[in-house]
Unconditional design. Structure first.
Length: 319
């Protein structure tokens, strides 16, 4: 995939901007608060339809402006694509791909991007929720079906929780839970399986990369950990199905299973010892860039120029 052009209108601090990109590495140099990160934000927005810095799309619109837009032209497998996002205050955002309006669910997988920012240090030292968010986002880019399962699971969980509230208030019968339990178990198994597959690949490449850069002195491992389950998918499937069949599937059990995390450890180095900040930075970088580029974007980090992903870097120039 090659990013050819980016156009911004009324986006953040840019009244109007048009950028053409080179085939490989593009470096933006400037002082603080000049808009370097805003460029990266607009590109990354196109991959998942959300900002890594703002929770509300209105925050993306330039001050005193009624609306804004992001337009990207890029090549995917040799085919020219155009992706446009139109924002208006207090109105629903519009996504247009090659002239056709699409939903966010349909957006996933059209334009793939990998982001590494200082906040990604939390992949190592932060809470498991940060690692789940990162893992789910990257798997979703490679598998829109996985993204669909995540949406389905969250929707089922909300509906089931609403039913539990009605049961507590004696407005619904407890027997109605059976249908939701079975659907949650089926959906949860699919999500866990996909996460296990991804982390297994991460682990293989993580150790390979770490041994290469440490001259075979250190081993890096990424291990998937599930609360209340061993690491066998057969055990997970049997246990979840057993709850559903016996009608003893408690809501917190499946939620606990999906509130999993993957453990990252570096032999000869405790990553939670913050005095070893070099290793935290190093491992974060490879998780966020090298490994995901290889696995999710499906081509090696170093390849011939035609297949090399467009790389955007920002550099702070001190006063």
């Amino acid at each position: 995939m090659k990013l050819n052009n980016l156009k911004l209108i009324g986006f953040r601090n840019y009244k109007e901007l048009s950028l053409d990109f080179s085939d490989c590495t593009n470096i933006f140099i400037g002082r603080n608060a000049q808009g370097k990160t805003n460029i990266l934000e607009s590109v990354c927005y196109a991959s998942m339809g959300s900002s890594f810095r703002a929770n509300n799309d209105n925050d993306l619109i330039m001050w005193n402006s009624l609306g804004s837009s992001i337009t990207l032209t890029f090549q995917r497998r040799g085919v020219e694509n155009r992706l446009e996002f139109i924002f208006e205050r207090e109105k629903r955002r519009k996504i247009i791909h090659n002239g056709n309006v699409v939903r966010q669910k349909e957006l996933i997988g059209i334009f793939n991007a990998v982001l590494f920012s200082p906040e990604d240090l939390n992949l190592i030292k932060g809470a498991p929720a940060e690692r789940r968010r990162f893992l789910d986002g990257e798997i979703s880019q490679a598998s829109p079906a996985y993204y669909g399962e995540l949406l389905k699971y969250n929707r089922l969980l909300q509906q089931r929780n609403f039913l539990l509230k009605n049961i507590r208030e004696r407005r619904s019968e407890p027997s109605m839970l059976d249908m939701w339990d079975a659907q949650l178990a089926e959906c949860g198994i699919k999500i866990i399986k996909k996460r296990l597959e991804a982390v297994k690949k991460f682990n293989m490449l993580a150790n390979l990369m770490q041994r290469r850069i440490s001259t075979n002195e250190e081993n890096l491992s990424v291990v998937y950990s599930l609360k209340g389950f061993d690491e066998s998918i057969h055990n997970i499937e049997e246990k979840l199905n057993l709850y559903a069949i016996k009608k003893k599937f408690l809501s917190f059990e499946l939620i606990k299973a999906l509130l999993d995390h993957y453990k990252i450890s570096l032999i000869l180095c405790n990553l939670y010892d913050f005095s070893r900040i070099y290793h935290i930075l190093l491992v974060s970088y490879f998780l966020a860039f090298e490994l995901i580029t290889r696995i999710i974007l499906k081509h090696p980090f170093f390849h011939n120029q035609y297949h090399h992903p467009t790389t955007l870097l920002t550099y702070f120039h001190p006063i």
